[in-house]
Design a protein around this ligand. Structure first.
Ligand SMILES: [Zn+2]
Length: 82
């Protein structure tokens, strides 16, 4: 993966990026729109958790304690071997 992922890496890798709130009483989570991030930050913007979490804020409780989950997006995967 080299030195780090960019927004475009995630899009090309068909990854799904989910942000979640660390505040236990909130527990809000939301799938991030990578196309929107690309428009906002540019395709070459670093997209590792350390790069993105400082820009994020929980939209429900306003906490800055936001984490990220990187996972393959099953909706974008072509049928495996079909
Ligand atoms: Zn929250």
């Amino acid at each position: 993966m080299g030195k780090g992922w960019t927004v475009q890496t995630l899009i090309d890798g068909k990854m799904k990026l989910t942000a979640f709130c660390h505040v236990s009483s909130c527990n809000h989570s939301k799938t991030l729109d990578l196309e929107m991030l690309k428009t906002k930050l540019g395709p070459d913007a670093p997209a590792m958790a350390d790069d993105l979490t400082p820009k994020l804020r929980c939209e429900r409780c306003g906490s800055k304690k936001v984490g990220l989950i990187y996972a393959p997006d099953p909706r974008k995967m072509s049928g495996m071997g079909q």
